[in-house]
Ligand binder design. Structure first.
Ligand code: PLP
Length: 577
């Protein structure tokens, strides 16, 4: 303490800290080489890092953490209590004990313009810039430039200069990966034209060999679509006409269509509340309570009176179903398991039974993949594949895709025209070497979404159990006001999807199964709450930051504010304690 400054003894001052006159510091910590201007107050339990510049008249209250190399302009105000009051209900003056202290972080290298107000419980990211006079109501992403009241994202700063905030973010970008591979894909097409090899031949065989290796199976049989693949897999596994095949109601219709088209009967098992995949508990309950064993030892569904012979777990959104217990229940009841891996190319499951990570498509007796263009591995058109390590299933699938033909013009049974075009096989073969890298990028983008969205209490982020390595075909979050969020994001130029808005048991197409709306409560709830955010390997950090920023804007604007106080609901109420 001297005649100009009030610096209490409990202040921890670093080396070479430069203090101007008329400052008031107590209980705080100031790092080396930091400069503090005149009329600055820094309260207890606040910290300022090294090499910071705190300009005159700024007020840094308890709970504020300023990291190294931060610039704070003149007259910057921090807030640390979201709902301060002068008095308690009994009229006595409030003390510290009555305040709810919330922390604020200004990350390394950030700059806060003069006269800005930073509300509590926000983080201003590394190197971000907050414009003069802004009111910061929520987290500012790293490198972002924000301004206004409430502060809005304007653009991003990069080492190469300023980058504009993207105006739109597509749900899916199918152009960039194809432009990146344009030369190779055009060459493949030219090769097809020059050889006339349009059906079958080496292009198909090469892709089948390498896709089987990718899936850790002995065989891959390339077919016309994922729906073909699933239908052929079910038929090739010997599922008979009128058999019951169990699957989930929270899936694309093709799963149930393939079962019906194989002339079996779909029956549904509800999904798990956290993974959104088949609930093992519900499957067990169904097998124990909704089936009986007939005199011949067959498992009979009480609902349809038909024998239950197979399970089709769906690896939805790119995450595998909990396969170990599903397979052991199947073994106990003598059922065949056929994986719907149409959304899960490269997804992995840690099997305790086998003591290793196993790939989607390698765990059931057979599996189906789709190469629809938006899939993790997509054709430039339609395509699909059956994978299996069972030579009988492989041979039957090959015959089914080719009119039941065993030798030229010799047909042992009716099959289908279900072959994959050779040009599509060659496109897929060109793209296959990139699949691991694309999946890794999807996982990285998902981790970044998880990190950025974790604080949003109104949002449920995806759950990845320790036994799963998901490949995020879709990144799906949950929120109570799903439709509001979809509409809001649309106005901000952000594409979203809903997978799926009407559960299969409520579709007209399956009215004949006589389910009621409430038969599958988890699926029913999900259908109202899920929203798929933009997800593709080429999603940029800026695009992701825009998506997260707008979601946070939506969450804040949904908070109720007392209209009679005339408070802008998008601004957090805050005065300094
Ligand atoms: C879970 C699931 N099953 C099956 C299919 C059918 O695949 P395809 O569209 O290639 O016939 C899809 C495709 O979207 C799917 O997502």
């Amino acid at each position: 303490m001297n005649s100009w400054n009030a610096v209490s003894e409990d202040v921890r001052l670093g080396e070479n800290v430069r203090l101007s006159k008329f400052i008031n510091l107590y209980g705080c910590e100031i790092g080396d080489d930091t400069k503090i201007g005149a009329f600055v107050e820094i309260q207890k339990n606040a910290s300022v890092g090294r090499c910071c510049k705190i300009s005159s008249h700024s007020f840094i209250c308890e709970g504020v953490q300023i990291e190294d190399n931060v610039f704070i302009g003149h007259g910057v105000m921090f807030i640390n209590d979201p709902y301060p009051r002068a008095t308690n209900a009994d009229g006595s003056l409030q003390t510290e004990a009555d305040w709810t202290l919330q922390r604020t972080v200004i990350a390394r290298g950030a700059s806060i313009g003069s006269n800005a107000t930073i509300l509590s419980n926000v983080k201003v990211g590394e190197n971000a810039i907050v414009g003069a006079g802004s009111v910061v109501t929520k987290d500012v992403p790293p490198n972002a430039v924000v301004a206004g009241n409430p502060a809005r994202l304007l653009r991003f700063m990069r080492e190469s200069g300023e980058e504009k905030m993207p105006d739109t973010v597509p749900f899916l970008d199918l152009v960039t990966p194809h432009v990146e591979l344009e030369q190779a894909l055009v060459n493949v097409f030219r090769q097809g034209l020059h050889t006339g090899g349009f059906v079958g031949g080496p292009a198909v065989e090469n892709f089948e060999r390498d896709f089987a290796t990718f899936c850790q199976t002995s065989h891959a049989i390339a077919v016309g679509s994922g729906t073909d693949a699933l239908r052929f897999a079910i038929m090739a596994c010997g599922i008979e006409v009128g058999d019951v095949v169990l699957t989930v109601p929270n899936t694309f219709i093709a799963t149930a269509e393939a079962i019906s088209q194989a002339r079996a009967i779909p029956e549904f098992i509800d999904v798990d509340e956290r993974t959104y995949n088949m609930s093992v508990q519900m499957l067990e309950r169904y097998l124990e309570r909704q089936c009986v064993q007939n005199s011949a030892g067959k498992l009979i569904s009480l609902r349809s009176g038909r024998p239950v012979t197979a399970i089709v777990p769906v690896h939805l959104y790119g995450q595998m179903a909990d396969m170990d217990p599903i397979l052991s229940l199947a073994a106990k009841y003598g059922l065949t398991v056929i994986e719907d891996a149409c959304q899960a190319h490269g997804a992995e499951y840690f099997s305790k039974k086998h003591g290793r990570w196993m790939r989607a498509g390698s765990m059931g007796r057979a599996a189906a993949f789709s190469f629809y263009p938006g899939k993790n591995l997509g054709a430039c058109g339609e395509g699909g594949a059956v994978t299996t390590s069972d030579p009988v299933v492989a041979e039957r699938s090959k015959t089914l895709r080719n009119h039941g033909q065993v030798r030229k013009y010799v047909h042992n049974f009716e099959g289908y025209n279900g072959r994959l075009d050779a040009i599509q096989a060659a496109f897929l073969h060109t793209k296959l070497p990139y699949l691991e890298e694309w999946n890794k990028k999807r996982r990285d983008r998902a981790a970044e979404y998880n990190r950025l969205l974790a604080q949003d209490q109104a949002l449920g982020i995806p759950y990845e159990p320790s036994w799963s390595r998901a490949v995020y075909h879709l990144y799906v979050v949950r929120t109570d006001n799903r439709n509001g969020m979809v509409d809001f994001l649309k106005t901000k130029g952000i594409g979203t999807g809903i997978h799926y808005p009407i559960p299969l048991h409520m579709q007209k197409a399956y009215a004949f199964l006589n389910y009621t709306r409430d038969d599958f409560p988890v699926t029913l709830r999900l259908a109202d709450e899920i929203i798929s955010l933009p997800m593709f390997p080429q999603l940029t950090a800026q695009q992701q930051a825009k998506v997260v920023y707008e979601i946070q804007s939506f969450t804040l604007s949904s908070l109720d504010a007392p209209a009679e106080l005339g408070i802008n609901p998008s601004v957090q109420v805050g005065l300094t304690a």
